[in-house]
Design a protein around this ligand. Sequence first.
Ligand SMILES: [Zn+2]
Length: 324
Amino acid sequence: MAENLYQITMPTPYAVGDVHSYVLIDDVVTLFDAGVDTDDAWQAMVRQLSDVGLTPSDIDQIVLTHHHPDHTGLIHRFDDVQAIYGHAITNLWLNQESSYFDHYRAFFAKLYDQFGVPETFRKVDKTINNAFRYQGKRPVTHIIDEGDTIPSLEDWSIIETKGHAQSHLSFLRQTDGTLISGDHLLKHISSNPILEAPLEGEVDRPKPLLNYRRTLTKLQSLDIQSVLPGHGDIFDYNSKLIQHRLTRQEERAQKVLDYVLEHRLEATPFNICQFLFPKHYEKQFGLTMSETIGQLDYLEASGDIEAVYSKQVLTYKPTKQSVY
Ligand SMILES: [Zn+2]
């Protein structure tokens, strides 16, 4: 483990299993991420803080990698914390901004029409309510983004790492190359680039997989030594891991391209999702649909396929470049 940093591991009610926070003990004590809002997670947090000689009231500030509930959940249980740092989108979630979530629901209703998604799979409300239940229940006090510096963490750079979440930030300690990567870079699994609504007033929806590729590539230009992730083992950084993630994604995209070549103008995104994830799409609809759209966005951006709307429903056709 990197100098003066300690890992805290807590259970979650999610399929991903345990989640990690990291506590940095310096003149100021900083907690990076804060588990999920359950009593079990809180007990695990308190116990492991005491293992390193701390109580919850010793935490001075909290820094959040992204808005997902398994990373923000306990922030309101730290009564003495004055400063909470996170991305502007993290704050929209923590604040449960009603106008944003009205817009969010309306956006997905329209999007799912275009994607050909049957009624039974439309669970955006449930997803949002579930997030509210387990996430932290107080707002961010300081909005941060790449280029900002957090007082008392001057040797840490904030790196924008959108992809898994539009709010995602990672934190790199310049002095020793320690990266707190949240869910952006994990050892054993690739991150799900999860589909989100654009912000109010923005026209185009985010393209999470394209962001994920861009920000993974960005990491390759940084001096990273060890990675402290939100899930799974701590590991020594190796840029081959990023190359591996990118290559695996390109292989999956090729599978989607072959399918579009075969089913030109017939397959909706929902059909393609069923084809890609025949065993998982029903139970994990949000994740598998996000992954599918990611591959389609990637193929569209690469110039291999073209989107065609007929009666508001989306299908795809190969471009000349991809017909062989
Ligand atoms: Zn997570």
